[in-house]
Design a protein around this ligand. Structure first.
Ligand SMILES: [Zn+2]
Length: 131
């Protein structure tokens, strides 16, 4: 198996329980259903892992969000600057457009990464649930 179908990367990209990878983290797993963007389940229905270990836990996700935002603005800006002969105004517009489009995904990835930093993947728990 590769890191893309189990473990922390899988958990972050597909919003799955960091511990067992078997349950969704959010009430609605689709990030573009914006009304439910931030609504997380209380805990994993498969392994019982709490998704908000303490009150205010996700304030720390702001640091991750900041880092991801920089990444998702500077990479497109760099590509536009180096590979295309477009004006500064066009570049700024495209970068802001990409960022707005990516926002729901980045919002969730920030939370998912933050939770994964504190809750390690547990192969044995997953194996036990699957039987
Ligand atoms: Zn779980």
């Amino acid at each position: 198996m590769s890191i893309f179908n189990k473990g922390p990367v899988y958990s972050v990209v597909f919003s799955k329980c960091p511990k067992c990878n078997l349950s969704n983290l959010y009430v609605d797993n689709h990030p573009y259903h914006l009304k439910k963007l931030g609504q997380m389940k209380k805990e994993c229905e498969k392994c019982g892992q709490k998704y908000e270990p303490e009150t205010g836990f996700y304030y720390g996700a702001m640091y991750v969000s900041y880092f991801l935002s920089i990444l998702f603005m500077f990479i497109p800006a760099g590509i536009l600057y180096l590979a295309f002969d477009t004006s500064l105004e066009t570049n700024i517009g495209v970068v802001i457009g990409i960022y707005i489009f990516m926002y729901p995904i980045l919002f969730r990835w920030s939370r998912n990464i933050w939770l994964n930093l504190f809750v390690p993947f547990d192969e044995e728990v997953k194996a036990k649930i699957l039987g």
